[in-house]
Structure formats: structure tokens, C-alpha cells
Design a protein around this ligand. Structure first.
Ligand SMILES: CC(C)(COP(=O)(O)OP(=O)(O)OC[C@H]1O[C@@H](n2cnc3c(N)ncnc32)[C@H](O)[C@@H]1OP(=O)(O)O)[C@@H](O)C(=O)NCCC(=O)NCCS
Length: 195
């Protein structure tokens, strides 16, 4: 079995392992959006910019079966390696809760086609996952659900928003940049040389 570690790209440990012959299997990033830098008007526009037949709203515990269905059908769609692997939801992680809130997009036939889950700490929010049904990608839904989540959480007093993902995921990188997230961490997934 391969030995793999995930380290900050700018760390001395990563530099030392690269010298020893470890190779880069994947790259990932973390990004920050601070409340003071949020452009609320832009986020309000993004939250309603999706297709007209889709409605964005906060999800509640009653949505759990639809969350599990969307998660299950998109489980293989996440790019990257161990650092950005998505653990399939179980009933507990798929259930929105006061410290784990979620927003979703539903079609006019009530089909859940996009969601974002956000874990909350003391005035800090960290996106756990954002996913869009394959038939509805490229229509602004990731940006819409993420914008709706940030706007609601600003009103709840959150001052720092964090997100992240694979460097091989141009769609989520673009969605985050559209919202105003700034990449402030880059990570390497390193694999040990074979003996
Ligand atoms: C990543 C994902 C959520 C994006 O959802 P989406 O609804 O298609 O994204 P949007 O339509 O809101 O697009 C957001 C931005 O990404 C850009 N984009 C969309 N698809 C893209 C692609 N395949 N390549 C490059 N850019 C892309 C859009 O142009 C837009 O950029 P802009 O605001 O500068 O115009 C979706 O592809 C997905 O569900 N992937 C599988 C799960 C995953 O990887 N989730 C992210 C990690 S948690």
C-alpha cells in the first residue's frame, strides 16, 4: 500500500519529502471570505441568477431522503485525492442541524438538484460539501446555493467563511472566486517513493 501524506505546500516538511523523492499525487486549496469583504449585492444577485424553474432555500431535517439520493448519485464525481475525498453521507451527516446547516435548489417538480452543507463554529463557517446534479451543472446553481448560505450566515453573525477543494476542480474554484473567496492555503498530497 502507498504511504500518503497531506502537507501545506509552503511547509519545510513538504520541501524535505520532495527532496527525498516523494511525488505530488494531488494539489488542494483552502480559501477564506471575511464578512467585511462580502459584496452582499453581488451575492444576492448570484443567489437568484440560476434557472427560473429552480428555487433556492435552506434545507431542513425533512429533506434528508432527497439529500441522500443526490449524494448517492454524485458520489463518484469529486476530483482529487485523499485530501478532498468526500465521505458519502449517512443519515446523520445528511440531516441539517443548527451547527450543520444546508441550502438546496429544487426544480418546479420539487426535485433536489443542488446542495451545500456548512459546518458552524464560533462565528466561523466551513463548507463541507457542495454538489450539483450532473444534468444541472454550469447553470449557476453552485454559486447560487453557496451565495444563499453566506448571506443567511452573515445575518446569523458569522464573520469568517472557509471553503476548499481540489486544485483539479475548475468549477468549484471559479464558483468560490465568484463569491469573493480568496485562496490562502495550498496543500500537497505526497506519495512515498517505492523502495
Ligand atoms: C463543482 C460543482 C458543484 C459546480 O457546480 P455548477 O453548478 O456547475 O457551478 P456553477 O454553474 O455555479 O459555476 C460556477 C463557476 O464555475 C464555472 N464553471 C462551471 N463548470 C465549469 C467547468 N467544468 N470548468 C471550468 N469552470 C466551470 C462557471 O463558469 C462559473 O464561473 P463564473 O462565475 O466565473 O462564470 C459541480 O461541478 C459538481 O457538483 N461537481 C461534483 C462535486 C464537486 O466536485 N463538488 C465540489 C467539491 S465540495
Amino acid at each position: 500500500m502507498q504511504t500518503t501524506v497531506v502537507l501545506r505546500q509552503d511547509s519545510p516538511e513538504a520541501a524535505a519529502l520532495l527532496v527525498e523523492g516523494w511525488t505530488v499525487e494531488a494539489r488542494s486549496f483552502g480559501a477564506l471570505l471575511e464578512a467585511d469583504h462580502v459584496d452582499r449585492a453581488r451575492l444576492r444577485a448570484l443567489a437568484v441568477a440560476g434557472p427560473s424553474d429552480v428555487t433556492i432555500r435552506e434545507l431542513c431535517p425533512d429533506d434528508v431522503d432527497d439529500v441522500l439520493a443526490l449524494d448517492s448519485m454524485t458520489a463518484a464525481d469529486y476530483p482529487g485525492s485523499v485530501a478532498t475525498r468526500h465521505e458519502p453521507f449517512d443519515r446523520s451527516s445528511a440531516t441539517p442541524w443548527p451547527t450543520r446547516r444546508a441550502w438546496g435548489a429544487r426544480t418546479s417538480t420539487e426535485r433536489l438538484v443542488a446542495l451545500t452543507f456548512v459546518d458552524l463554529g464560533e462565528r466561523v463557517a466551513e463548507t463541507d460539501v457542495t454538489v450539483v446534479h450532473p444534468d444541472h451543472r454550469g447553470r449557476g446553481l453552485a454559486a447560487a446555493v453557496k451565495s444563499a448560505s453566506v448571506l443567511a450566515l452573515l445575518d446569523a453573525g458569522v464573520v469568517r467563511f472557509r471553503t476548499g477543494g481540489s486544485a483539479d476542480n475548475p468549477a468549484i474554484i471559479a464558483a468560490n472566486a465568484t463569491l469573493g473567496y480568496v485562496v490562502d492555503e495550498t496543500w500537497l498530497t505526497l506519495v512515498a517513493p517505492t523502495p
